[in-house]
Design a protein around this ligand. Sequence first.
Ligand code: HEC
Ligand code: HEC
Length: 263
Amino acid sequence: MDHGRRKAMGAIGGVAAVGLLAPVAIGTAVAADKQGKTEVLDEKGQVVHQALPYVQLDPEAVAERAYQNYFKGDCMYGVFASIVEELADKVGEPYASFPTTVTRFGAGGVMGWATLCGAANGAAMGIYLVSKTPVPIIDEVFGHYSHAELPDYTPKSAKMKIKPSVSDSTLCHVSVSKWCDVAGAKSFSPERAERCAQLVASVAKKTVEELNAQAAGTFVAAYPIPQEVQACRGCHDKGSELENTRGKMDCGSCHTEQTKDHP
Ligand code: HEC
Ligand code: HEC
C-alpha cells in the first residue's frame, strides 16, 4: 500500500485506543466499536483476541491479486496483502492504511530460512486478523497446503504452466525441494518463482473460501489431523506417556518410525 508509515501507525493506534468492553463470559465475542472490531474475552475479562470486520470476498479476485503481489513483496506478502487490499476496497479503514509490508519478513520461509512457507504464514496472519475463531481455518488451510496437489489455481496472466506437487509439510524447504524434484527445476530458477507465485494465488484463494464459509456458517474441516499423526501424538504429544514433542506436522515426512512396529 502507498500510504505513509505515519498514517498507518496512526490508524493502528486508533484501533488499540478503543476502550475495553465489560467482561461477559469465556470466549465471548463482543461486537465492539464503529470499525466493527470484535473482541474475544477470557474468563478474567481480558481481551485475548481482536477480529477486524470481514465481508465475503471473491476468492478468484484475491487469487489474481495475490499472484501480482507475489512479484512485489514475495510469498507472505502475496497472500496477506491481497486479503487486506480486497477488504480495503470493500470496508475501507483500518485495512486501507494497514502496513502490509510488515509481512515481507516471511519471504522464503522467514528471510530465507525456509522454515514456515510464507504463503501459509500469510494465510494464518490474514485469518487471525479477521476471524473470531481462527484456529479451525488455519488448521484447514495448513492441512490443505500439506496434502493437496499445489498449485491448483492458474492465474490469468500466468507466465508458464506449472507442475503441481504435494509437500506433506508446511515447511518452505520441504515444499520447494519436493517441487524441484517433481518439476526437474532449480530452486532459484524463474520457474520456481512462478511456481511460488501460483502457490501464493492458490493458498490465498483457499484461505478466502474458508473465511467466506465460516462467515456464512457453512465451514466444514476437510483436513483433520491424519490418523497416523494422531497415533504418534498419542504417545508423544501433550498429556501422553512420553510428552516429548509438540506439533501437528506430518511426522512421517521426517521420521521413519511406524506406529505398528514402534518403539
Ligand atoms: C505406543 C506408544 C508410541 C507410539 C504410538 C509412537 N511412539 Fe515413538 N516412541 C515410543 C517410545 C516408548 C519410545 C522410546 C522412548 C525412549 O526410549 O525414550 C519412542 C521413541 C520415538 C523416537 C525416538 C527415536 C527412537 O526410535 O527411539 C521417535 C523419533 C519416535 N518415537 C517417533 C514416533 C513417530 C513418528 C510415531 C508415529 C508414527 C510414534 N513415535 C509413535 C512410543 C510410541
Ligand atoms: C520437519 C521434520 C520433522 C517433523 C515433521 C517431525 N519431526 Fe520429530 N524430530 C525431528 C528432528 C530433526 C528431531 C531431532 C532428532 C534427533 O534428536 O535425533 C526430532 C525429534 C523427535 C523425537 C525425539 C527423538 C529422540 O531422539 O528422542 C520424537 C519422539 C519425535 N521427533 C517425534 C515426532 C512426532 C510424533 C512428529 C509428528 C507429530 C514429529 N516428530 C514430526 C524432525 C521432525
